[in-house]
Design a protein around this ligand. Structure first.
Ligand code: ZN
Length: 262
């Protein structure tokens, strides 16, 4: 642990880290299940374990329909959720408390009114959902498969927590709470450009690394691009260097090129 990091934590966090540190066996089990975590440097993993410990102390987990959220489940979620904020800091998640875990995907009844005023009903299957102020909803089945699904750049926890980062300024629009307006505009332009070429690829039926769902809206593009950035970083870096570098700049991480460098 570096000195500056120790100073940042403060006495309260230091106390939590001393008393409620994630036990070794649980931590090693989590790394074994999710190889994209285990691939990170020792320094990253030490920090990730600390952030996950503080995250567990701060957030409230509940199981839907009688599901018991075990320590193993909570640690699996916390470790993945803290990866995007490894450099940004845990305060990016201050805006919500609750995490609701469902055993499986949830079918949500949706409705929309068309131009003619006719109300249409449809079912949507959700493996996760994030909203302003929380809670974050996750399907455990999808969370548990994250080790395997990294192969196709899919990760429900990172997807939903990318939305949380995006929503921090109150607007889920693919533009996270960057320090000033000029930076936000530059971000929107740069990500918007990648989004447009991604949409063109999806329209042309090209098999993309990113989930085609990202073509729905800029905020979904940000979320699916974040999934690829963290669970398939080398693939993203080689297939779309500009997008990779844009995300590396925001997250302050370079998981593909210098996985062991501080
Ligand atoms: Zn989404």
């Amino acid at each position: 642990m570096t000195d500056w990091w120790r100073r940042l934590l403060g006495w309260r966090d230091a106390r939590i880290l001393r008393r409620r540190r994630i036990p070794d066996d649980l931590w090693h089990l989590t790394l074994a299940r999710f190889p994209f975590l285990a691939a990170r440097s020792e320094t990253d993993l030490t920090r990730l374990r600390e952030l996950a410990t503080l995250f567990l102390a701060d957030k409230e987990f509940s199981g839907a329909k009688g599901l018991q959220v075990s320590d193993e489940m909570a640690v699996a979620i916390a470790a993945q959720a803290c990866l995007p904020v490894l450099r940004l800091g845990l305060h990016w998640y201050d805006g919500f408390k609750g995490i609701v875990v469902h055993a499986d995907a949830v079918v949500a009844r949706r409705e929309f009114t068309d131009d003619a005023g006719v109300v249409h009903h449809f079912d949507e299957e959700l493996s996760g959902e994030a909203m302003d102020g929380g809670p974050v909803m996750l399907s455990w089945r999808d969370v548990a498969q994250a080790g395997d699904s990294a192969e196709w750049a899919y990760n429900v926890v990172i997807h939903e927590f990318a939305h949380v980062l995006d929503l921090r300024d109150g607007a889920g629009n693919g533009v996270p709470a960057l320090p000033d307006r000029a930076t936000r505009e530059r971000w929107q332009q740069a990500l918007g450009k990648e989004y447009e070429s991604f949409r063109a690829e999806v329209d042309a039926g090209i098999d993309t690394l990113l989930d085609p769902y990202g073509a729905e809206a800029l905020e979904e593009f940000f979320a699916v691009a974040s999934e690829a950035f963290f669970v398939a970083p080398s693939d993203l870096a080689s297939q779309n260097t500009r997008l990779y570098e844009l995300l590396a700049l925001f997250f302050g991480q370079d998981p593909a090129l210098h996985p062991t460098q501080e």
